[in-house]
Ligand binder design. Sequence first.
Ligand code: ZN
Length: 310
Amino acid sequence: MLLVFKLQLIFLISILNYTSLQRVNPLPQYWDYQREGPDTWQQRYNACNGRAQSPINIRTCLVKYDKNLNPLCLNDFMVNTSLYVWNFTHNGHTIVVYPPTSVRLSITGANLSEIFYLVQFHFHWGYNAYQGSEHTIDGIKYPLEIHFVHEAQFSSSLTVLCVLFNLQVDDNPYINDLLSILNQTRNASIAIEKQIDISPLFPTFFSPRFYRYIGSLTTPPCTEGIIWIVLASTVPISENQLKIFIDNSVPSNFRDPQKLNSRNILVNFEPEKNLEVNDDYNKCIRRSSVCIEQRSILLISLVLFIFILQ
Ligand SMILES: [Zn+2]
């Protein structure tokens, strides 16, 4: 009997080593996504009215293919991150996940001037499964967006690696473990420490296609000079799985796309060529063959007209 009790005690202690749940004091709220929402941020934080803000709408017909853009390298992200004890904290705006201080996951390449180390990642979601992302592509909203925030080794500047999720009918089984933890951090002031493999949060690790531009933090103080790397491929998630975010104590936490102004969006892959800007400012459309035929007929008619006049 004593042996059984001892075994149970050892088992309990081992569980506590892997998982710990604690209450933390929420940060003071000077901004939010409702009453003190994004439209009001610039009153208190001047930079939120800047000319190089994030997020943006990426119009795929206006991106610039840069042959000299180095491949992006995600260093150690796929080397058994399940061994690490991550800290999940709801800070009143989002759920932030911190790596242990001993872990040095990093990104290089993508013409970054130095090595950038992961300091945290967090989530942006919406009221329903048809919104939630901060970045949009050709005006399309995605249901969830993760920001992997990296800090430079020497200069302390930031690079944010952005992963978008696409809605699908079936659950994505690879993210269930992570969602079960997030389910316990729906309310502010809850922190959980847990071992978890974060590799299913990436669409690919090998030379991913990406958009790169210079922007800002998407939350106050909206500091500019941040390098953004938005992965072009997405990770699937179902409407059922999104409920964990939609039913969160923060019902929505995305900022709308900001003006691109004179900034360039670089890509490391050949964009589709047969696209043009639509009258609708947010979109690119495929040049229709009918349209091309009509142009050809007009051109031939013009040539014939000039020929007859002569
Ligand atoms: Zn963010």
